[in-house]
Design a protein around this ligand. Structure first.
Ligand code: GDP
Length: 442
């Protein structure tokens, strides 16, 4: 996401840093370019204009122009304003009892999926969420929620298919919830193709009855400005307490994320970045600003990885690397760990500077099929070959290629790459640099 905006910012700031002495004209030119980039990213016109004038006011100050590194200072000013634009601090949910969350939005925005994702998150945080299906219009919505609830093992209230009064459903659900001893109730409500009066009236009735602590609008970020106006409408009708932006994974522009807070005054609390039920993340303005500026989001990356990688396994593998004992069996374990992480491209997108190196990677570097082929090659090696790769010579290589259904060329390539990897692991400076880049020791 934000790819073209990030690229434009990178170019503009690189130019600015390259200038020995920065003049007011340099800044004005740079900000004009940035303003165009923001508009191209579908940021609301007024928001872009105000934003640029705030940055300009701070950047034109004497102390910036006369400082030793004015380019760096301007990037910092830009970063801080971007963070403020995105909402400043991360906005937590109000989960004081009775914690009730109403999930609303248009059809297809991702309400049902997000309700389940949120339940999944809250469950992992040690709460006891309950899901309640209140979408009586979309025929499959109730079943969809029930299926998702089952996948994450969260109790779900499903009304009778003949029921048409949403307040009656909510009333029955509250009685059911009482017995379930849940601590957070999540109500998935009905949507429409577009906002209509009937939908809003129903939502208001439900809202009045449930009296939720949180009314969260689920909005599809890929719809850009439309998502922002939908949020304004829902806020005017029922008063939303926050926004969950979905499909950030498919949103190359990012205009909705950037304008939402400024236009609606409501915080983005979570962001959906994929279809899987663990792909809902807290929205941290500061980290998002880092990402937009190509500085990556190491904390976010570690959080995502921590969830899926067994720390003991990772440490064991690290130790073997340091001791120079890393062999093909360890390699296979690592491949499995990597596969557990899900699509690598999204995860690596959180790495600082990744957008730049990505273009240089060979096509298909993240191709799951390629990973599977590599795995097949390793599995075709004998145990001895995996531990002592140096014995894998001519005829053995052919046997491995035949056994794994791959080619001799692929086997040769893998063994060569593995050799280079081992060499790098043995070099303390290179390993150190790699760790430093990852933000870790030493
Ligand atoms: P609803 O009509 O608002 O309840 O929408 P659904 O929950 O049925 O979601 C509509 C579609 O969007 C489904 O195919 C979901 O899998 C998909 N979806 C939801 N959230 C995300 C997301 O964050 N990323 C991606 N890529 N797809 C999503």
């Amino acid at each position: 996401m934000f790819t073209s905006l990030s690229d434009s910012l990178d170019k503009t700031f690189r130019n600015l840093r390259g200038v020995g002495k920065i003049s007011e004209k340099n800044i004005a030119d740079a900000l004009r370019e940035i303003r165009i980039a923001l508009l191209e990213a579908d940021v609301e016109f007024g928001v872009a204009k105000d934003f640029i004038s705030r940055v300009k006011e701070k950047a034109m100050g004497e102390d910036v122009l006369k400082s030793i590194k004015p380019g760096e200072q301007i990037v910092k000013i830009f970063h801080d304003e971007l963070e403020a634009l995105l909402g400043g601090d991360q906005a937590p949910l109000d989960l004081n009892p009775p914690a009730r969350i109403l999930i609303c939005g248009l059809n297809g925005a991702g309400k049902t999926t997000t309700s389940a994702k949120l339940a999944n998150r809250l469950k992992k945080e040690g709460r006891r969420p309950l899901l309640i299906a209140c979408d009586l219009y979309r025929p499959a919505a109730i079943d969809q929620l029930a299926v998702l609830a089952k996948q994450i093992d969260v109790p779900c209230y499903t009304p009778d298919a003949s029921e048409s009064d949403v307040v009656k459903v909510a009333k029955d659900a509250l009685a059911w919830a009482e017995k379930q001893q849940g601590t957070v109730l999540i109500f998935d409500t009905a949507g429409r193709q577009e906002i209509d009066e009937k939908l809003i009236l129903e939502l208001k009735r439900l809202h009045d009855f449930v009296k939720p602590k949180e009314t969260l609008l689920v909005a599809d970020s890929a719809t850009g400005q439309q998502a922002v106006s939908v949020a304004e409408h829902f806020d005017g009708a029922v008063g939303i307490t926050g926004i969950i932006l979905t499909k950030l994974d498919g949103d190359a522009r990012g205009g909705a994320a950037l304008s939402m807070r400024a236009v609606t005054g409501k915080p983005i609390k979570y962001a959906g970045e994929g279809e899987k039920l663990d792909q809902l993340f807290e929205f941290h303005p500061s980290r998002m600003a880092d990402r937009i500026l190509g500085m990556g989001d190491i904390v976010g990356m570690v959080e995502q990885v921590a969830d899926k990688v067994n720390e003991a396994d990772a440490m064991r593998s690290m130790k073997r690397m340091q001791e120079g004992k890393f062999d093909f069996t360890d390699f296979l374990d690592q491949m499995k760990m990597i596969q557990n992480l899900g699509p690598l491209e999204g995860l690596l997108g959180l790495m600082p500077g990744f957008s730049k190196i990505k273009k240089q990677l060979p096509a298909g570097a993240f191709d799951n099929k390629k990973i599977k082929r590599t795995e097949a090659i390793v599995l075709s090696m004998t145990l001895e070959e995996r531990t002592r790769p140096e014995i894998i010579k001519g005829s053995r290589r052919q046997r491995i290629a035949d056994g794994s259904g791959t080619t001799l060329m692929e086997v040769n390539q893998l063994i060569k790459q593995f050799g280079e990897m081992r060499k790098m692991m043995k070099s303390p400076t290179k390993m150190g640099n790699m760790m430093k880049q990852l933000g870790g020791a030493p």
